[in-house]
Design a protein around this ligand. Structure first.
Ligand SMILES: NC(=O)c1ccc[n+]([C@@H]2O[C@H](COP(=O)([O-])OP(=O)(O)OC[C@H]3O[C@@H](n4cnc5c(N)ncnc54)[C@H](OP(=O)(O)O)[C@@H]3O)[C@@H](O)[C@H]2O)c1
Length: 281
């Protein structure tokens, strides 16, 4: 296949491009400098010129707190731009795979969220991403993932290792739970869904759940450091307080993958160990 990856300089975009390339697909990796997806003319021009079989949209405005005060940019990149990608893939015959987030949920449910649970975002970021899911259209694959960690991004694993090396305080909230997910594993499922051109919504996360506090402890263990250095705090104790509310529970059940008989990413501790060893060696 010929695959156009947008947001290809981002954390997920780089590993998605690498995953498809490793399988022998032809890749056009477009960073924001190459293709600003919020510009309809650019999207139609590039998709028309490349004529991809699949467009994987890894571009997003992901600064969750900044979105609270810049709704125009949040909706411009996370929702409006998806309308252009959907239009372009419809016009030129390609398939769209769009990436979304666990933050479309309120977090009030006690159990993991599945694909048929009702989204109820509480932040501008979550609301703009929910709008993007709706813009992708019925023929698109929509992949909702959570708590992404990869080699190429700023994420929890890198943050914990940096704070631990600096000897700083390691205080993480124990009242937000999710599924840590690793970009190579998510990319593998994205590739499968694109090869099959499967329409519809899929939750794609590593298995297992943790609070940020528990996850920080796991990072320390994986790095051979003392997990007792990590202290639990509540969201209300965060200084300064975060502008955007986060869901208390955003664990995603991968129900559609199970129904489709597609292998779900495994427990998060194995890819965590691999990533930690890559980052510290
Ligand atoms: N990170 C997480 O924990 C997480 C959790 C759940 C879901 N997700 C979703 O997963 C996807 C990938 O996230 P990520 O962690 O890889 O984010 P990321 O590292 O911030 O990558 C996003 C990329 O999109 C680019 N971008 C921003 N505006 C653009 C525009 N108008 N046109 C083209 N590119 C643009 C960014 O470029 P600049 O850096 O130059 O702005 C960046 O390279 C997103 O859809 C995100 O919502 C992420």
């Amino acid at each position: 296949m010929k695959v156009l990856v947008t947001g290809a300089a981002g954390q997920l975009g780089r590993d998605v491009a690498e995953r498809f390339a490793a399988s022998g697909h032809e890749i056009v990796a477009a960073s924001r400098q190459d293709l600003d997806i919020s510009q309809r003319g650019q999207v139609l021009g590039v998709v028309g010129a490349v004529q991809p079989d699949t467009v994987v949209n890894c571009a997003a405005y992901t600064a969750v707190d900044a979105c609270e005060t810049d709704a125009e940019r949040a909706y411009g990149v996370n929702a409006w731009a998806v309308r252009h990608l959907a239009e372009a893939t419809r016009r030129f015959g390609g398939h769209l795979c769009h990436v979304s987030t666990d933050y479309v949920f309120s977090g009030e449910k006690a159990e993991p969220y599945h694909e048929w649970d009702r989204p109820d975002p509480r932040s501008v970021y979550g609301a703009s991403k929910r709008a993007g899911e709706q813009e992708a259209g019925h023929d698109a694959t929509v992949v909702r993932t959570s708590w992404l960690c990869g080699r190429h991004g700023t994420n929890m694993v890198g943050t914990v290792l940096r704070l631990a090396a600096e000897g700083g305080s390691l205080r993480f909230v124990s009242d937000q739970r999710g599924s840590p997910s690793f970009t190579p594993d998510v990319a593998t499922v994205i590739e499968r869904l694109c090869v099959d051109r499967r329409p519809g919504l899929y939750h794609v996360t590593n298995q297992g759940e943790a609070s940020w506090y528990e996850f920080a402890r796991e990072v320390m263990v994986a790095a051979g450091l003392d997990p007792e250095r990590v202290e639990p705090i509540t969201t209300a104790e965060l200084v300064p307080p975060r502008a955007a509310p986060r869901p208390a529970n955003s664990v995603l059940e991968n129900r559609a993958l199970a129904l489709a008989d597609i292998a779900r990413p495994g427990d998060y501790r194995a890819p965590l160990a691999r990533l930690v060893s890559e980052l510290i060696n």
